[in-house]
Design a protein around this ligand. Structure first.
Ligand code: 5GP
Ligand code: ZN
Length: 114
């Protein structure tokens, strides 16, 4: 998708610094952080949202969770706790329609979110 922001970022076309990259996904800092640690884990494949996720992508999503675990450890929040969340649709608060996962931590997070 040539007009998708996260396709451009994950393809390295936006000069974004990656905290982590492999063949399946990239991780970078959110431009508008909501916590001391706020990373975005973004699959390179364009999947608009959770509603468009296929069974064949289950391995990819499992990989997202493994990378999230490693990122949390690297950022020093593994023991204090953190949240991994993917917003879907308007009511879910999704603003970028390329599936991604927020890794948030470094402070006590409220539940339920507003
Ligand atoms: P959503 O609202 O779709 O769940 O999350 C999109 C996230 O992307 C937001 O937290 C927003 O701050 C972040 N974001 C939007 N544009 C950019 C950008 O150009 N660079 C970075 N690093 N983050 C972005
Ligand atoms: Zn995309």
């Amino acid at each position: 998708m040539t007009d998708c922001l996260f396709c451009k970022i994950s393809a390295g076309k936006m000069d974004t610094d990656f905290v982590y990259e492999d063949d399946k996904l990239v991780v970078f800092e959110d431009i508008n952080p909501q916590a001391p640690v706020h990373l975005l884990i973004v699959p390179k494949k364009h999947i608009a949202d959770l509603n468009n996720l296929e069974e064949s992508e289950n391995e990819l999503i499992g990989h997202v969770y493994q990378v999230a675990k490693k990122m949390a450890a690297e950022k020093g929040i593994a023991d204090s706790g953190y949240r991994l969340v993917s917003n879907c649709g308007d009511d879910g608060g999704q603003t970028v329609f390329h599936i991604h996962f927020h890794l948030l931590g470094g402070r006590t997070l409220q539940w339920p979110p507003g």
